[in-house]
Design a protein around this ligand. Structure first.
Ligand SMILES: NC(=O)c1ccc[n+]([C@@H]2O[C@H](COP(=O)([O-])OP(=O)(O)OC[C@H]3O[C@@H](n4cnc5c(N)ncnc54)[C@H](O)[C@@H]3O)[C@@H](O)[C@H]2O)c1
Length: 485
């Protein structure tokens, strides 16, 4: 079986890829990834080492897909997965539609051309926000719960929200790109005779996330608490009673294998695939879990409602259980513990100053190998020193080159020099890393994202990648479809 996973270096894509390699002897895996997720670079070497063929490309670009080999199945795990995507100012609405919907259309055309089956990792965010906000709830154990006894709206039962729950807008821009992707996938499958499975996931969590808010609340809270970042209960009177369920993406693997191996046999193509009631908790409960492990951490209350936030989202996955005998096997405690181990790894001072300095030196050496980059010099790297909790307590500046050594001085060649401040990289050197560029011997100027495109060293919109640059300097544009392995 030959399988293409899109967004393979992201959290779900990489976890599923590892799981498939482990549990399916003989499977051939291919991946396409544009490395727009900070941290995805960390999987860039690891996945090829498992025998996976990785292509650096973008699903928005049809010619990137045209370079991919023929496969039997496509698992679509590439997206901008934030519910605030397109409305928070971090990404444009057009970009969200291009990544999440037009990217899917390109993949469906790819499936049509190759006769490949298609599996979409969709989301609980396809369900109607007003309908979810109107669920009858009560408060128990610092958490919202469905109020017992009273009538429940159509599509909800004591186990959670079912596939027949309303998907009427608004569902967020993110939710609607996924809902439209679902609809188009079903239509393409029907029209061109290929199998389509839609798996609507609740929150995914585990090691391999970077604690970004757009990666899901569980990982975000654990990472933030671990690093002693300021925490806030936002909305719902600032009490943190909002509830989510969570799923470890490795639990998807047995389901995906059955979906790819077995004939449709009258099964419903759209199903919830989520942690469910047993794997659900409120933010306040999650905070208490973190307090017990990392020591108490103050949390502020901010009662102002946040856009698209919901009081209670727990999916009922009984259709998946019925159709595929699928159940999440990773308990809530195990999911949280795994996410915690990821936070420990990210936050721990695993990479000491000398090693980091060596890495950056290697990066600059490689950049200098290109004549057009001869004038680029790394001046210093600011290395964080961490306290026992792994949080940055101090920082030291490590000089990397003497500015005076023949660059820019005395009418010499124009130079560009970088100062990299790893403190801004949030405990992980492949995340956002702000830097200052100097040129022509003049004063330093703060550099912005677009400058990253002028050379290959700092890609991903100003994020420093722990990787020697290739010849592709713009990760967000089209082209560049050479395999990364
Ligand atoms: N994280 C969650 O809680 C959650 C919940 C429900 C559904 N999902 C869905 O699961 C899927 C994977 O989510 P995730 O949490 O792994 O997110 P992620 O951000 O960790 O992974 C997505 C990956 O796709 C890549 N990517 C984005 N746009 C691309 C493009 N145009 N071309 C190629 N690669 C691209 C990113 O670089 C990233 O590595 C998404 O479709 C998301 O909608 C996630």
């Amino acid at each position: 079986m030959r399988i293409l996973i899109t967004g393979i270096c992201g959290f779900a894509g990489s976890t599923v890829a590892r799981g498939l390699v482990e549990s399916w002897p003989g499977v051939e895996l291919f991946g396409i990834e544009n490395f727009s997720r900070a941290g995805s670079e960390l999987n860039r070497r690891e996945l090829p080492a498992l025998g996976i063929k990785l292509f650096h490309g973008d699903i928005r670009v049809p010619s990137d897909l045209a370079a991919l080999p023929k496969v039997d199945w496509v698992i679509d795990a590439a997206a901008n997965p934030s519910v605030l995507a397109g409305v928070d100012g971090a990404s444009s609405s057009r970009q969200v539609v291009e990544h999440n919907l037009l990217g899917t259309v390109n993949l469906l055309e790819f499936c049509r051309a190759h006769g490949a089956g298609f599996i979409l990792l969709s989301t609980s965010r396809v369900y109607s926000i007003p309908a979810l906000s109107a669920l009858p709830l009560e408060t128990r154990d610092q958490a919202f719960q469905l109020a017992p006894g009273g009538p429940l709206p159509a599509g909800v039962n004591a186990e959670g929200i079912t596939e027949s729950f309303s998907t009427a807008p608004p569902v967020s821009l993110y939710g609607s790109t996924k809902l439209a992707s679902e609809q188009l996938a079903l239509e393409y499958g029907e029209s061109f005779g290929f199998a389509v499975w839609i798996n609507r996931c609740g929150v995914l969590a585990g090691a391999g996330q970077f604690g970004r808010a757009d990666q899901g609340i569980f990982s975000f809270w654990i990472h933030s608490h671990r690093r002693r970042r300021p925490l806030k209960f936002i909305g719902f009177e600032g009490r943190g009673f909002q509830v989510r369920d969570c799923l470890h993406p490795r639990d998807l693997v047995p389901l995906l294998i059955r979906q790819m191996r077995e004939a449709p046999a009258g099964r419903q193509p759209v199903q919830n695939v989520s942690g469910g009631r047993r794997n659900s908790m409120s933010l306040a409960q999650l905070h208490a879990w973190c307090d017990a492990r990392f020591g108490p951490c103050p949390v502020q209350a901010d009662a102002a409602p946040r856009r698209f936030d919901l009081p209670w989202v727990v999916l009922d996955s009984s259709l998946a259980r019925k159709q595929w005998e699928w159940e999440p096997t990773t308990t809530l405690e195990a999911v949280l513990t795994d996410a915690r181990s990821g936070a420990d790894r990210n936050c721990g001072a695993r990479r000491g100053a000398p090693r980091l300095a060596r890495d950056f030196r290697r990066m600059t050496d490689s950049v200098h190998a290109s004549p057009r980059n001869r004038s680029l010099r790394l001046l210093s790297v600011i290395i964080p020193a961490r306290d026992e909790a792994g949080c940055i307590a101090a920082a030291s500046r490590v000089p990397m080159a003497q500015k005076s050594s023949g660059f820019g001085a005395g009418g010499g060649p124009t130079f560009r020099a970088l100062r990299v401040d790893v403190r801004k990289s949030e405990c992980n050197e492949s995340q956002d890393c702000h830097y200052t560029e100097e040129s022509g011997g003049g004063p330093a100027r703060q550099n912005g994202p677009d400058r990253a495109r002028t050379h290959g060293l700092y890609r991903n919109r100003g994020r420093a990648c722990g990787e020697v640059p290739g010849n592709r300097t713009d990760d967000h544009g089209p082209g560049g479809r050479a395999p990364a392995n």
